[in-house]
Design a protein around this ligand. Sequence first.
Ligand SMILES: [Zn+2]
Length: 240
Amino acid sequence: MVKDDQIIELQPNIFWLKGEETSSHSYLIRGDYKNVLIDSGVDKNFFKLQKSLLMLGLKIRDIDIIINTHEHFDHIGANRYFQDYSLIAAHRFAATKIAVEDRYVTMYKSADLNEPSLKVHLWLENRCRFDLGNYVLEVMHTPGHTSGSICIYEFTRKILFTGDTLFAGGTLSYIGESGSVGDYINSISLLETRKINELYPGHGNVSSTPEEDMQKAILNARALLRDEEGVEITHFREVS
Ligand SMILES: [Zn+2]
């Protein structure tokens, strides 16, 4: 049993690997057939991520698939350490930005000029599924924060990995260069039709009150459209 407050087993074989500082969190799903990592975090978070995986008995090459929740640098930055071994998956609207390193949208800029370019092997569509045996993951295209944002729904536990689309407490992330508040409200309304027990976001805390979080997120987004003051928006914009 791993004892570390940076690695938390949220469900059997589903681990929350906390990101440091501006990095997104990563979530590891140890499937019967394949091991999936949701988001790789910022580049400089890699060594912490590698250590966390090692504590769980996994090497980099044991990660079969990385699913990026969207195209921002703080979720994709460590992909390059995995992409020779793992299949990198992202929604096709995110894949177009990651594959050409569209830094106006991704905010990703390599510090190393010799660094190999980022790759996306699986271009995802809404409702694609990953059957891992013990868990089944469904891609839900939820544009708003960015055009290529997805949430990942797990059927057996009714849990939702939300990236930057939905945070605990309904706090909004900023609406990115490829995003839209209108799309955002529509996406959260779509999520509200699902039975969801817990939210596993890309930053901050996990949540066991998804219905309240979704209601607050929609209220916050509508307030943003009315230019109301005091709408709480998080900023994860610093480029690593
Ligand atoms: Zn983001």
